[in-house]
Design a protein around this ligand. Structure first.
Ligand SMILES: [Zn+2]
Length: 272
């Protein structure tokens, strides 16, 4: 008799615990669902905060090309300045693809780091080089290649980058500054003008190939050209390029640049 009573009490306790656990689970799921819906709604209304992956193309033991300056110094400085511009603008959340600019990281590792942050856009910053001619100069960039899911938006971003760099005085390479890079057998690289939009099976730069968002790799200037470095590679040059990238990112998402906001605000307050 007493044993039955004990068992009933234990069963009731188990039932109560079960109900409590279920309730907690339902509440957690509900909270997560509400948060998810709010984020989706915010994004669909176009008022979201855009996550932008800023990839400093070289760093650590990977110095990149060396000319008038070292490519990794230029990519770190530009990436840092761009990150600061984006961070100062409430429209954006910049994310880095390497733990710090002196860390060595492969394109695959940087791509994994970027994808983890679920970015809306990725910009990989590089410098070009031509050891045979100090006269070779200009800007060019590489979007995700034709036939890939992110091609169209990557192409749109590439055109905006070219436009902003051109506006800042950069010489544009090729017909429109946009090219495709393909790696064939034995890592043989082929560069194709963007007028040729044939869908090819070869892969492009790893950072673009593995990106889950629209992505462009920019060759900011030739590190082997003193004139190019002067315009877009030294301290002032990196600031100029970072500004172009920031404005192109604003163009891409259709938002008013933060600086234009503050310029307008200070003009308005000066007028009062
Ligand atoms: Zn590079």
């Amino acid at each position: 008799m007493r044993r039955n009573w004990n068992r009933r009490r234990r069963n009731r306790r188990l039932l109560r615990t079960g109900i409590l656990v279920t309730l907690v689970c339902v509440m957690v799921l509900f909270g997560w669902g509400i948060g998810y819906l709010a984020r989706e709604l915010q994004n669909s209304m176009g008022k979201g905060v855009y996550t932008v992956a800023v990839d400093a193309g070289h760093g650590g033991s990977d110095t990149g090309a060396v000319g008038v300056l070292q490519e990794s110094d230029m990519t770190a400085e530009t990436a840092e300045l761009l990150t600061q511009l984006l961070a100062a603008d409430p429209h954006f959340r910049p994310v880095a693809t390497r733990t710090d600019y002196t860390a060595t990281a492969t394109p695959a590792e940087r791509s994994t780091a970027a994808n983890r942050a679920h970015p809306d856009l990725l910009l990989s910053i590089h410098g070009n080089s031509n050891g045979n001619s100090a006269d070779t100069a200009g800007f060019e960039c590489y979007p995700v290649t034709p036939g890939r899911r992110e091609h169209d938006d990557s192409m749109r971003f590439a055109a905006l980058l070219v436009g902003r760099m051109q506006e800042a005085g950069a010489a544009i390479r090729g017909t429109n500054g946009i090219r495709y890079a393909y790696y064939g057998e034995n890592d043989q690289k082929t560069i194709v003008d963007s007028a040729d939009d044939t869908k090819r099976s070869e892969t492009t730069f790893t950072i673009l190939e593995r990106s889950r968002c629209p992505a462009v790799l920019a060759e900011q200037c030739f590190v082997t050209s003193a004139a190019d470095v002067d315009a877009f590679g030294d301290d002032d040059g990196c600031a100029r390029a970072a500004e172009c990238y920031y404005l192109a990112i604003c163009d891409y998402f259709g938002v008013t640049p933060h600086e234009a906001d503050s310029t307008a605000a200070s003009a308005a307050s000066a007028a009062q």
